[in-house]
Design a binder for this molecule. Structure first.
Ligand code: GDP
Length: 295
């Protein structure tokens, strides 16, 4: 495991070999390599700095356990810290006793938000939770059609009021309909812009205020790398997210965005998107992601 990191740490280890303690001076080179590995995995710079400081504190003074090579021990400390920062275990989607559970999807256009809405609905349906999807992206009529088509494909009803209605009103009525029909979970797809803008945030905030969702999931494209940090900060400050879905992990990104999202918002990644198909959604597991980030 972590062969790539182990290789690059090879010269750094020479300084650790023969030592009985990991100290500040013998660890610097190893920390620099970890820093490089994380930056290559597209973890945000500030997040990397904070992470390295934490690892340094933990590693310093750690007794080298007899029979365990210091390099192995160091990698273990890095790995465990990564897993811890990303939340240790999978945190499932909220499920309230009095239905419907209301999930609000947020994110920029093109991140895979509409696809993730349908993926999530299918995932829940497989768990025998009935779903309804609500199409509030009136600015891009194709988005409503896309959701309707996906709904047919997975046999999940879509609530829509066309592209002339007010998104806040669509969301409100959608939730009312889900309540009336005894639907278990209602997932609201919202408009995404190419860039964050105030109108978009204000509208999202208003939808949130109106429907009082149990989950606000930020959809983050894993390929956006460093930018994932700014995106998370803005959405979390302005709207308040409860979790995230990291999409496009089937691409060649190492998934560093996962660490940034978690570290910045304190909220867990709940799912990962691993393909264009509607089945391509998996629960997020911090240990698997830690392995991927470390390479
Ligand atoms: P939205 O604008 O955020 O609603 O994005 P869409 O759901 O329309 O997705 C944008 C593009 O990304 C589409 O071509 C999707 O098929 C694609 N996409 C979404 N999720 C994934 C994923 O996990 N992996 C890959 N490879 N493509 C994805």
């Amino acid at each position: 495991m972590f062969d790539a990191l182990a290789d690059r740490l090879d010269s750094a280890w020479k300084k650790l070999r023969g030592q009985d303690k990991i100290t500040q001076s013998n660890i610097q080179e190893a920390l620099r390599e970890v820093r490089r590995a994380l930056l290559e995995a597209d973890v945000n710079l500030q997040v990397v700095k904070d992470f390295i400081t934490e690892v340094e504190t933990k590693a310093q003074g750690a007794e080298v356990i007899a029979g365990v090579k210091p390099d192995q021990q160091f990698i273990k400390i890095v790995y465990e810290e990564l897993v811890q920062v990303m939340g240790e275990t999978n945190i499932p989607l909220a499920h309230v006793e009095q239905p419907p559970t209301i999930v609000l999807m947020a994110g920029l256009q093109g991140t895979g938000k509409t696809t993730a809405t349908a993926k999530l609905a299918l995932h829940l349906r497989k768990l025998e939770r009935s779903c309804m999807m609500v199409a509030t992206d009136v600015y891009r009529p194709a988005a409503i059609d896309q959701l309707v088509t996906l709904g047919k494909q997975i046999d999940v009803p879509v609530f829509e009021m066309g592209s002339d209605a007010d998104p806040v009103e669509i969301a409100r009525q959608g939730v009312e309909r889900a309540k009336a029909e005894g639907v278990d979970t209602v997932i609201i797809d919202t408009a995404g812009r190419l860039q964050i803008d105030q109108d978009m945030m204000a509208e999202l905030a208003q939808i949130k205020e109106t429907v009082q969702p149990h989950e606000v999931l930020l959809v983050v494209d894993a390929m956006t790398g460093q930018e994932a940090a700014n995106l998370t900060r803005t959405f979390h400050d302005e709207i308040g997210i409860t979790g995230a879905i990291l999409t496009k992990l089937d691409g060649d990104s190492r998934g560093g965005a996962a660490l940034s999202v978690r570290q910045i918002s304190g909220q867990p990644i709940k799912f990962v998107g691993v393909g264009e198909k509607v089945e391509a959604l998996q629960p997020f597991y911090p240990d698997r992601m830690a392995s991927r980030i470390l390479g």
